[in-house]
Design a protein around this ligand. Structure first.
Ligand code: E4P
Length: 217
């Protein structure tokens, strides 16, 4: 399973990258706004900086909701860097746009996916990635991991090549469950990635080893 970081924060991207386990980055308009990036030039420059930091797929989301607008935006975005993946919302014009991008050799990430039916449509249109939002599904009282299992089953049976990019991750256990369910990629906040490091027995064990090492230092 590939690890992407789900942020537009450059310090967090750098920290995850320095761990040596980072395969890519996802952003969205809310994450860009959180970093105070303002204006088209600044947004484009921010994506460029991220692309120069991490050698992997970098999702940049369109904000148009009509076919022509999405195509125009996507064409601009892919000029920034060869690793840009155009992130397109799961709406009717989004599916048409994904089909167009696919036919024109441009990678896409279909975002805001909450059902298996939506995932099938994205795959049929040729999306490179489909992004089911695990955390937001859990927030509503359903089970996001069930959806990953269901999409994995469908994609395997049907032979779809679209990669399952588990998104809206809230904690380390989500990452573990996504790995179990066969997600191809997990895009995670830095805290959830770092949470995977933690176990109290590791801390206790290390303290004891260091204490004992003093006996022969
Ligand atoms: C990533 O591609 C998604 O935009 C993101 O994971 C959404 O996460 P959230 O539900 O925490 O906003």
């Amino acid at each position: 399973m590939k690890f992407f970081i789900d942020t537009a924060n450059l310090a967090q991207i750098k920290e995850a990258h320095e761990l040596g386990i980072l395969d890519g980055v996802t952003t969205n308009p809310s994450l860009m706004a959180k970093e105070g990036v303002k204006g088209k030039e600044a947004v484009m420059q921010h994506y460029k900086t991220i692309c120069e930091m991490v050698d992997g797929d970098i999702s940049a989301e369109v904000i148009s909701t009509d076919f022509d607008g999405m195509i125009a935006e996507g064409k601009e975005l892919v000029k920034i860097h060869k690793n840009i993946v155009v992130k397109v919302p799961m709406i009717k014009d989004g599916i048409k746009a994904i089909k167009w991008f696919t036919e024109n050799g441009i990678k896409t990430n279909c975002t805001l996916v909450f059902s298996a039916g939506q995932a099938i449509l994205a795959a049929k249109a040729g999306a490179t990635y489909v992004s089911p939002f695990i955390g937001r599904i859990d927030d509503g009282g359903w089970d996001g991991i069930d959806l990953i299992h269901q999409i994995r089953q469908i994609f395997s049976v049907q032979g779809f090549n679209t990669e399952i990019l588990a998104a809206s991750i809230r904690n380390p256990n989500h990452i573990i469950k996504c790995a179990e369910a066969g997600a191809d990629v997990c895009t995670c906040p830095l805290d959830s990635i770092l949470g995977l490091l933690k176990h109290p027995l590791t801390d206790i064990g290390l303290a004891k080893f260091l204490e004992d090492a003093k006996k022969f230092a």
